[in-house]
Design a protein around this ligand. Structure first.
Ligand SMILES: Nc1ncnc2c1ncn2[C@@H]1O[C@H](COP(=O)(O)OP(=O)(O)OP(=O)(O)O)[C@@H](O)[C@H]1O
Length: 339
């Protein structure tokens, strides 16, 4: 049996139905990311699990127990928000100790537990600091420590990294993942950052308009998008309509086909290609973007505009707009996708 089971979850605000009959299961210790565009219902779904946003229908089970009617305090679910939500007039250790005090834990035990968690989130030496004396990343680690110290059954993280700059963000996401693995803590993380979801998750639930449109490992979601929306959201898939797919790749389908920019190659003279590589098609470069180690070209192939990613090798010169090139397509990586 799964550790978390959600059955037919429904949530409305007035006559706005945010989601309806959503089902999912999560295993103990899994790191799940809810990924999707702004407004698709990620935060509402997360808050529904905590009981902060009571649901209008459905059931939530954790470890064999139906928690649907429980108060947020009874559920044993920890939550970290983007906005830290620390008590400004309390020190780091007072902030972290707060939840244990509420549980009437003996003060010696509180001290021990707080010290352990402060060490875990690498805030040793900052115990007596107030939130305004800390950086954004440190504040978010206090928020994390405060959620962890009460030993939650599930940890929910609502865009905890979005207010932080790129370098701190990378460090903290690794730290969160390490702690989560070490504690075998079932975690649900919300982001609209595709790269973050790919790096951190055991599985991604990709949401669109209140529906989980695909649930799978990062690899599955990236390489086998369930439909056009997923293909459009993950990576920079080229979507080619059916008649063009027949013309360019000789593929018969009623759907659009999706091909990733890195599955298109430039033909090299004298090189032998296997049977999974298409016949060459002539393309004309329209423009390019330099993305560090990759050059992203927009190429026109017989009135079909394709995105093509090539490695930025020092031995190769940048191709100018108007240059012609022979493109090859990896047929094993072209797939029809439903609307
Ligand atoms: N407290 C509320 N009262 C009324 N409507 C709400 C409330 N909270 C969210 N909504 C609505 O629910 C829908 C989903 O919002 P939600 O915040 O869950 O999306 P999200 O995917 O988390 O978006 P973002 O990535 O921008 O945070 C939106 O239409 C929003 O306007």
């Amino acid at each position: 049996m799964s550790y978390v089971t959600a059955k037919n979850l429904t949530k409305r605000f007035g006559d706005n139905t945010v989601f309806e009959n959503v089902d999912f299961t999560i295993e103990k210790g899994e790191f799940i990311t809810l990924l999707g565009p702004s407004g698709c219902g990620k935060s509402t779904l997360l808050r529904s699990l905590t009981g902060l946003n009571p649901i209008d229908g459905g059931e939530i089970w954790v470890n064999g127990e139906n928690i649907t009617q429980q108060t947020p305090q009874e559920r044993g679910i920890g939550m970290v928000f983007q906005s830290y939500a620390l008590f400004p007039n309390m020190t780091v250790e007072e902030n972290v100790a707060f939840g244990l005090k509420m549980k009437n834990m003996a003060s010696g035990d509180i001290q021990r537990e707080v010290a352990k968690v402060i060490e875990l989130v690498e805030l040793k030496g900052r115990e007596k600091h107030y939130p305004h004396q800390l950086s954004g990343g440190q504040r978010q680690r206090v928020a994390l420590a405060r959620a962890l110290v009460v030993k939650p059954r599930i940890l929910l993280l609502d865009e905890p990294l979005s207010a932080l700059d790129a370098k701190i963000r990378k460090h903290l996401r690794q730290q969160i993942r390490d702690i989560q693995k070490e504690m075998d803590l079932t975690t649900i993380f919300v982001t609209h950052d595709q790269e973050e979801a790919m790096i951190m998750s055991d599985r991604i639930f990709l949401m669109d308009k209140g529906e989980i449109v695909q649930a799978g490992t990062p690899e599955e979601i990236y390489t086998q998008p369930a439909n056009e929306f997923v293909a459009g959201f993950m990576g920079h898939y080229n979507l080619v309509d059916a008649p063009k797919a027949k013309q360019l790749f000789d593929i018969e389908t009623n759907w659009k086909v999706a091909i990733r920019p890195e599955s298109i190659y430039v033909k090299e003279a004298g090189r032998q290609y296997g049977s999974h590589i298409s016949a060459p098609q002539t393309g004309v470069i329209k423009n390019h973007q330099l993305l560090g180690n990759v050059i992203r070209y927009q190429v026109d192939v017989d009135d079909c505009e394709l995105t093509v990613d090539l490695l930025n090798r020092s031995s190769e010169r940048l191709l100018d707009a108007g240059s012609k090139l022979e493109l090859l397509f990896n047929l094993n990586e072209i797939q029809p996708v439903s609307a």
